[in-house]
Design a protein around this ligand. Structure first.
Ligand SMILES: *Cc1c(COP(=O)(O)O)cnc(C)c1O
Length: 228
């Protein structure tokens, strides 16, 4: 089952990326609420990168699945009291949205590991209920990240609040911000936007990484362990 869905999603990504004449778009499989067995099945079908929303939930799975040497992304809000754990567990943190996290993550990243890849999460349509920094804070956060050798600034991430079919404008605004950032930092190569309902549209607007859960694993049956 899992490899059928994976093949479909990869085909749809490929069609969208061809239409947009872009470089390869990376797929991160969002595995929140999924069991290690389901993740392992997708890994054996060839998927290497997985994303989780909650540090606690991820910790158990990452430990059990360590022999598979998968790549793990944190895509949920990062609380300060989870920073130490997150800096050890994950390869990527996609949700940096305030200055305070930056020195804490840098300090907690073990010296023997690769620098931690980070994305700045942008609240592109200024939704009061959403996490993410405002677009005009990106430059300050990027500068702070770039001064930390234990962190590697890879780009930007967003979850627009508008309905999926109205996300063209926020995605375009993100691409503009991303291009400005790329002009200033040579390590920036990742624009993370697009989920099951809107990844083709996101790729059309320049996404280089899409985060897909439902289209790969089916509908989530259990709610996430703790609501954000
Ligand atoms: C759950 C989640 C996704 C995946 O959503 P689907 O609609 O299931 O593809 C992507 N990004 C983030 C931040 C999420 O929380």
């Amino acid at each position: 089952m899992s490899h059928v869905l994976l093949t479909q999603v990869l085909r749809d990504i490929h069609l969208a990326e061809t239409a947009a004449a872009l470089d390869t778009v990376r797929l991160v499989a969002i595995s929140k609420t999924q069991t290690p067995a389901a993740i392992s099945a997708l890994a054996h079908a060839g998927q290497r990168a997985f994303g989780e929303n909650y540090v606690q939930e991820a910790a158990a799975k990452i430990t059990v699945l360590a022999p598979l040497a998968l790549e793990w992304h944190l895509v949920g809000h990062l609380q300060s009291n989870k920073v130490k754990q997150a800096a050890v567990l994950f390869d990527w943190i996609q949700t940096i949205d305030r200055p305070k996290l930056i020195p804490l993550l840098a300090k907690a990243r073990p010296a023997k590991r690769e620098p931690l890849n980070v994305l700045i999460q942008v609240n592109i349509d200024h939704d009061k209920n959403k996490h993410g920094c405002s677009p005009d804070q990106v430059a300050v956060l990027a500068h702070a990240i770039a001064t930390e050798p234990r962190l590697c600034l890879r780009g930007l991430m967003t979850i627009p609040s508008l309905p999926a079919d109205q996300r063209g404008a926020p995605f375009t605004a993100m691409r503009d911000l991303y291009q400005q950032l790329q002009a200033n930092y040579s390590t920036v190569d990742t624009l993370s936007m697009g989920m099951s309902a809107d990844f083709q549209l996101a790729i059309h607007h320049g996404a280089t990484l899409v985060r897909i859960g439902t289209a790969l694993f089916g509908e989530r049956t259990s709610p996430p362990p703790s609501a954000p």
